[in-house]
Design a protein around this ligand. Structure first.
Ligand code: PLP
Length: 422
């Protein structure tokens, strides 16, 4: 297998440590891993060691690594570059002149989504999609406070950081944060608690992850989402689904808005299938609260609507639809959940096994056991991510098209590795 330089994983990490902000990369203990090549649901490190990928880029790689659908886009761009025509545009002029790629993507996305969601604004990251949702809700309601729920993770950009629950992410920046703009309630709070918060009359929106991701795949449940919808309607607040993690097939549905409508929907991760692109999509009433641009948008970014990412996102959505990946994620997810429950449900170390579709987590009774398991699995050639604020869970979020035998091999490794925790 290929050896890049003579440094191996450890050498790369040492070089990185010398030149990168210390917060930016986790210096994984032995065996260290520097990702280098990948295909489908298999990743190779710089030494050529193979890993089964049960994380899929934090859930972003809906089609796996380097899928044919993306390669087709990239190759056809190269082909165009060699034809007599000028190559397709790589960078457009975001809020000034649109690219044809952006028009094609937004039209396709709106067609795909439930009928109430009619207009979109593109960005690059999940946090940026949430920023747009927050600004939209403020414009549409004339209010500026938000209800958030315990365990929430909505990103780390400064404007929306107060919406994320984790105190350790916020503590150093408290001086800059508008935490007074956030009303925290417990996840799956009672209707009376929400009603009390909304009765203040100054709540622009209620933001919720239909399945909480970073806190360890905790489903909200449709009945609770219905209650949120009812209360938002009653108090004229916007219901915002942060589906950066759950959206576009991960949980076995396109979006939870198919079951319980929302006013604003945030998509990220799977939208670009691994390329940086995100979106906030809203109802006409919400999105037309923005003023029409008179030449300079009041919210934009140099790379918003990046044409190459738009082409890749369009190919990702088409492939999901044509290969029925959403149904596949639901069925394979049910099978994986029941496999894990049979294998580990009675294990004295395990607190809970839960999730929806291919967004699953094993919660351990002891804090840190999810993180320990992540390290053990790396040594067994499996990539999975610790989750929960105390490293108590292990999340399993593979590509929606992961071959079934590979998924089962990964789960078998998880089961065997739990024994090494004892
Ligand atoms: C539900 C949710 N919202 C927002 C974000 C932030 O997305 P990004 O890291 O792309 O900014 C994440 C990231 O994990 C997420 O899971």
């Amino acid at each position: 297998m290929e050896l890049v330089g003579t440094t191996g994983n450890e050498g790369y990490l040492q070089r990185l440590k010398a030149v990168e902000c210390p917060d930016a990369t986790f210096p994984a203990i032995e065996p260290s891993l520097v990702m280098h090549r990948a295909s489908g649901s298999v990743v190779f490190d710089v030494r050529g060691t193979a890993y089964i990928d049960l994380c899929a880029g934090f859930g972003a790689l809906a089609l796996g690594h380097n899928p044919p659908a993306h390669r087709q886009v990239l190759v056809s761009r190269l082909y165009e570059a060699e034809s007599e025509l000028a190559p397709l545009i790589t960078h457009g002029m975001g809020d000034v002149y649109p690219s044809s790629a952006k028009v094609n993507l937004i039209s396709y996305l709106i067609d795909l989504l439930p009928p109430g969601l009619t207009m979109a604004a593109l960005a690059l990251t999940g946090s940026q999609a949430v920023e747009i949702a927050v600004k939209t809700a403020m414009l549409a309601t004339g209010r500026s406070r938000f209800v958030v729920f315990g365990g929430s993770y909505h990103g780390l950009d400064l404007g929306i950081l107060p919406l994320t629950e984790r105190a350790d992410f916020k503590a150093p920046f408290r001086g800059f944060l508008r935490e007074d703009k956030v009303v925290p309630l417990s996840f799956r709070c009672s209707e009376a608690e929400l009603e009390h918060a909304l009765s203040s009359g100054d709540i622009a929106g209620v933001i919720v992850e239909p399945v909480q991701g970073r806190t360890g795949c905790r489903p909200a449940g449709l009945t609770w989402l219905e209650m949120l919808r009812r209360q938002c309607d009653k108090h004229s607040s916007m219901l915002i689904y942060d589906e950066v993690f759950t959206g576009l097939g991960r949980t076995g549905q396109l979006t939870f808005a198919e079951h319980v409508p929302c006013d604003l929907l945030c998509l990220g991760k799977a939208f670009g299938g691994g390329f940086p692109i995100s979106a906030c999509i809203g109802t006409t009433a919400a999105m037309t609260a923005w003023p029409a641009s008179k030449g300079e948008a009041i919210h934009t970014g140099t790379f918003f609507g990046h044409p190459l990412s738009c082409d890749i996102a369009l190919a990702t959505l088409k492939e999901m639809r044509e290969s029925d990946l959403i149904d596949r994620a639901r069925n394979l997810g049910l099978e994986a959940l029941s496999w894990l429950k049979t294998a580990l449900g009675e294990d004295p170390l395990v607190q809970d096994i839960r999730g929806e579709g291919l967004m699953l987590a094993i919660e351990f009774k002891k804090d840190g056991n999810g993180a320990r398991l992540m390290d053990i699995l790396r040594a067994q050639g499996v990539i999975a991510l610790a989750s929960g604020s105390r490293g108590e869970s292990l999340s399993i979020t593979p590509a929606l098209n992961i071959p079934r035998p590979l998924l089962i091999s990964g789960l078998e490794a998880v089961k065997a590795s739990v024994n090494l925790l004892r």
